[in-house]
Design a protein around this ligand. Structure first.
Ligand SMILES: [Zn+2]
Length: 342
């Protein structure tokens, strides 16, 4: 009896060790995923494909997803909503390229038509009814460890998107609602610091930015207070922290919650003028309520000037936002002079 008990114990311990090894190998691969990066351009294709696949694991769906039915449309939509504004959206790229990082499998992929660079052709994927998914050991690991599943999703979100978009992305990638009830901003969910890339944040950023704008939204002057404390006013990064944007006032704006979200989603942009910046609203913004009309009324209004001119938004951060986030990029870029500010 005793021998049987200790044999079970050893087996369980060995199982734990094997799982820890697998887990660490997986996290290492995740750290080494190559995302195309140049001049601060965003390339969230692989992270969004992984989040979509993680959402499938969280829903208990089978490992291999059909490219045409399960991936192409939702991934295109995710890239449209949360990716940089680009003329062409290529969901087939991450579907093929994530294989090189050891985190994706396309059975029979070797015989599918591909470019000289090894990219799978979109038509080939559709015509051959290609399927893809996490390799089986990784899928099994994620299925058996819901905490790791959550950590992986959180890591991808932190490394590629501002906090204000995390819930939207989780909902759009099909995570069940209980996965949405996670921790507060700034704290990686259960991950040790070395397992997640998060640049240290300046704890004074919020205070410095709000003070620079005298505790008012720089777009609509919103200044609601409850018992003398501001309510619904936030310090936004113009160039995202996850994209290397610094925690300095010229990269910050005091914004009400709505205008913060609108800035991060690209519904709102900024354009330099002779004496500062003005507010742009993306043509893609729509709605019928009075509140939507109120939102539209901010089109072309001058952005509130900070208390000191040194605190004004720096043009290089605004240019990044216009190019990588704002939803009217091409037109706005054409009209944006490059000589203003730094
Ligand atoms: Zn506002």
């Amino acid at each position: 009896m005793k021998a049987l008990h200790s044999a079970r114990l050893v087996k369980r311990q060995l199982g734990n060790i094997t799982n820890t090894v697998k887990r660490n190998e997986f996290l290492q691969k995740l750290d080494q995923v190559k995302c195309w990066q140049k001049d601060g351009r965003r390339a969230p294709h692989k992270p969004l494909l992984m989040l979509l696949a993680l959402g499938r694991v969280a829903q208990g769906q089978e490992r291999l997803a059909r490219y045409e039915e399960d991936i192409r449309h939702p991934l295109t939509n995710l890239l449209k909503l949360f990716g940089p504004p680009r003329k062409e959206i290529r969901p087939e790229y991450p579907f093929g390229r994530l294989r090189n990082d050891g985190l994706w499998e396309v059975p029979g992929g070797e015989s599918l038509p591909s470019s000289v660079r090894g990219d799978l052709h979109r038509r080939g994927l559709i015509e051959h009814a290609a399927v893809g998914g996490f390799p089986k050991p990784i899928y099994d690991l994620l299925r058996s460890d819901s905490r790791l599943l959550q950590q992986t999703a959180r890591k991808l979100l932190y490394e590629h998107f501002p906090y204000s978009l995390h819930e939207d992305i989780l909902a759009a990638t099909g995570f069940p609602s209980e996965f949405l009830m996670w921790e507060s901003p700034g704290l990686p969910y259960g991950l040790a610091a070395k397992q997640i890339y998060i640049r240290k944040r300046d704890p004074d950023f919020r205070h410095n930015v709000l003070e620079a704008y005298e505790y008012r939204c720089a777009v609509c002057s919103f200044d609601l207070r409850l018992e003398d404390e501001v309510l619904g006013l936030e310090a936004a990064h113009i160039k995202w922290h996850s994209a290397g944007g610094p925690d300095v006032v010229p990269n910050g704006l005091a914004l009400c919650s709505i205008h913060h979200k609108a800035l991060d989603r690209g519904a709102l942009g900024l354009m330099p003028t002779a004496d500062g910046f003005k507010v742009l609203i993306s043509e893609k913004v729509d709605g019928e309520s009075n509140a939507t009309r109120w939102f539209w009324e901010c089109q072309n209004v001058p952005l509130r000037q900070p208390r000191i001119s040194n605190f004004e938004p720096k043009a290089e951060f605004v240019r990044w936002h216009t190019r990588e986030v704002f939803r009217d990029t091409l037109e706005a870029l054409q009209n944006q002079p490059t000589h203003v500010g730094g």
